[in-house]
Write a protein of this length. Structure first.
Length: 162
């Protein structure tokens, strides 16, 4: 029997507001865990501050083989894996790379020329979203929300037209 073990990216569902803690504990155990963070401006009663929050509330990605997959469930902040068709959902490497690209992107994306129209298919020509295809879902004077098919999620970004 072949003892070859492959690692796959899986999605863990965590207890509320435990994404960063779970990621830290798993990394300490030597498990490849990833919690994409995004910068956002938060308002307190006395100040505004840019903070990093999880891109996906309640989710952490882990790149593990079967033995470590079961080990991750022992973390006190982990609820379970996300399942698809009765099996833990496997996320493709290119999808993880796209998520990393979005999470590390600048606050603004500059678009040269062109106009955004609701329902129009777009391919982003420049910046961290380069090559990603999607459909414009919503837009206002300086913000566009695009449904990105590769990620099966909505991506919101500010833009300047030059």
């Amino acid at each position: 029997m072949n003892q070859y073990k492959t690692k796959n990216w899986y999605v863990l569902y965590t207890k509320p507001r435990n994404e960063k803690k779970v990621t830290g504990r798993l990394l300490e155990q030597g498990i490849d865990a990833y919690c994409p963070l995004i910068r956002t401006l938060r308002q307190w009663s006395d100040r505004k501050k840019k903070v990093q929050i999880p891109m996906f509330s309640g989710y952490v990605f882990v790149n593990v083989d079967e033995k470590d997959r079961l080990l991750t469930l022992q973390d006190p902040g982990v609820v379970n894996f996300i399942f698809w068709l009765g099996k833990p959902a496997v996320i493709r490497d290119n999808e993880i790379e796209a998520i990393k690209k979005i999470a590390t992107s600048a606050d603004e994306v500059t678009v040269k020329g062109g106009r955004f129209e609701k329902g129009k298919a777009v391919t982003i020509p420049d910046g961290p979203f380069k090559g990603m295809a999607g459909v414009v879902d919503k837009l206002d004077s300086r913000k566009v929300i695009v449904y990105v098919e590769q990620l099966a999620c909505m991506v919101s970004f500010k833009y300047k037209i030059e």
